[in-house]
Write a protein that binds this ligand. Structure first.
Ligand code: CA
Length: 518
């Protein structure tokens, strides 16, 4: 008996010892693939029937897919700043995309925290933070939004150099080159910043026409009239009015236009012209019929966006195969996410910004063999402030107290307690009026309800019951029977604004309360 106990003890301590040494010596590599405007509605792992995304789906199949991931401020540059800092826009300083607002790279960031603990760090591709990256061992970035064909990249000497090729392929080429050349004695942290699937959705030549035989179903609320939703009524992001036939849908486009079509080589221009001249024939048939025209524009938008996503998925496949073939996959955390969601015709829109579901959500999947069980589905409420602390946690790097998100690493392994991890999330959007006239707003979302307050040009509340109104068409604010729910949500909103130190919102809410009590 004694002998068996002794053996058990030895086995127990050896396994503990083995775990510790594993954590110390084999810290995971971290690869984050961050796309742009690539939304859940177009990813087959999220149930999309619009197209198949086998490479992205692989990450979900071999690891975990998150069902409720939200962003704090649904717009490009601010979301990248949240990823780097784990803090809301009002604290990391990047509230909007305006060129005057430059990200302060001196602040604490994910790559610096990992680098201090021995990680080799790099960012390759779209960056969009106006100031140059700081705290990375290596970076090469697109200036601002970048271009699809023959894009410029800024290198670490701050030289801007034009490269031959299609942007998604080039970003993969540079990423694979870095992976091959890095200091392999260290674990790595690499962010691949994709340009796809950002507007104006220019597919690679080989993907032109990939969806020509598909007739996409119109979203049910495509012809939304925006009743009882003034901010939705006053936006400027409809497929009908805002989306252009020339630059966006490439009909008789100006092929000399610098930084867009002008960058294409003659053979690329020829392929584009041949393809889009045929499409122009369809346009001519509907252009004088407004209702038919908007439906046609929707079809073209879908075809261009999804064709651009094909290259994205194909290139993610390349990266994953490289990790497999080099044996790196075994000890590498791979994350796929986007800077936010996007409207694929819902409410008649493209673009993002609003706190409504399509743009509030972002895709998130993560694999780490031996750690996250394949096929895991996590429906806990996760916010993009949680990404940085989770990755730090998984790398055994202490999470600084001023990071506002929290690690969901334990949920990924199924070892969290049953208590609710987060019961509500806080949102704050700023950019107004250009480019899409979406009024600034903040709000709170619980698993069932959403309360939004617009401020500035529009001062209105909106309330949605997501259980009965998934597409947020029915603003319940002020309607009979919702007083108690509204008060509870306002209380929660006030609590979150305070907790996250959003002084501007704390003040707006206090002023509103003051008015009410007068
Ligand atoms: Ca974006």
């Amino acid at each position: 008996m004694h002998q068996r106990l002794t053996i058990l003890f030895i086995l127990f301590f050896t396994s503990v010892y083995h775990y510790n040494s594993y954590a110390q010596n084999k810290r995971p590599n971290i690869l984050v693939i961050l796309s742009d405007d690539h939304t859940q509605q177009t990813i087959s792992a999220y149930g999309s029937k619009l197209m198949s995304t086998p490479s992205i789906d692989r990450i979900a199949k071999e690891g975990a897919i998150l069902g409720n991931t939200f962003v704090t401020n649904s717009i490009c540059a601010p979301s990248r700043a949240v990823l780097l800092t784990g803090k809301y826009s009002h604290l990391n300083g990047l509230k909007d995309n305006s060129a005057e607002r430059r990200f302060d790279g001196n602040q604490q960031q994910l790559q610096k925290l990992l680098g201090n603990r021995g990680y080799e760090t790099a960012w390759i591709g779209k960056w969009h933070l106006q100031s140059l990256p700081q705290g990375f061992d290596y970076w090469t970035i697109l200036p601002d939004q970048g271009n699809y064909f023959q894009p410029d990249f800024i290198n670490m000497k701050n030289d801007t150099i034009r490269h031959e090729g299609y942007v998604t392929n080039l970003i993969s080429d540079f990423s694979l080159a870095w992976l091959g050349e890095r200091d392999s004695s260290k674990p790595f942290f690499l962010v691949i910043g994709e340009k796809a699937t950002h507007r104006n959705w220019m597919p690679d030549i080989k993907d032109l026409g990939a969806f020509d035989n598909v007739n996409f179903p119109l979203p049910e609320n495509f012809f939304d009239k925006y009743d009882n939703r003034r901010a939705a009524l006053e936006q400027d992001m409809t497929i009908d009015n805002t989306m252009t036939v020339g630059a966006d849908l490439k009909i008789r486009a100006n092929y000399d236009k610098p930084n867009m079509f002008g960058r294409m080589h003659q053979n690329e221009k020829k392929a584009y012209r041949e393809y889009y001249d045929r499409v122009a024939g369809e346009y001519d048939k509907v252009k004088n019929n407004p209702k038919e025209l908007v439906k046609w524009k929707y079809q073209r938008y879908m075809k261009d966006y999804l064709s651009t996503a094909r290259s994205l998925d194909r290139n993610i496949g390349r990266i994953l195969r490289y990790l497999d073939s080099t044996g790196l996959a075994e000890n590498t955390i791979v994350v796929y996410t986007s800077d936010q969601g996007f409207y694929m015709g819902e409410h008649g829109w493209f673009d993002k910004r609003f706190m409504y579901e399509e743009s509030l959500r972002t895709p998130f999947m993560i694999k780490y063999p031996g750690w996250i069980k394949p096929g895991t589905r996590l429906n806990d409420m996760v916010v993009n402030i949680d990404f940085a602390p989770t990755l730090l946690d998984m790398a055994s790097v202490p999470v600084p107290a001023d990071i506002q998100g929290k690690s969901f690493a334990k949920q990924l392994t199924g070892s969290h307690s049953t208590e609710v991890w987060r019961k509500s999330m806080y949102y704050h959007y700023y950019e107004y009026p250009e480019p899409h006239k979406v009024a600034p707003h903040f709000g709170v979302r619980t698993m069932r309800y959403k309360l939004i307050r617009f401020y500035g040009p529009i001062n209105e509340w909106e309330l949605y019951d997501l259980k009965s109104d998934k597409s947020e068409m029915n603003n319940l604010y002020g309607k009979h029977g919702y007083d108690k729910q509204t008060e509870e949500l306002k209380k929660e909103l006030k609590k979150l604004a305070k907790e996250f130190k959003d002084e501007e919102v704390v003040k707006i809410l206090a002023d509103l309360e003051g008015k009410k009590n007068k």
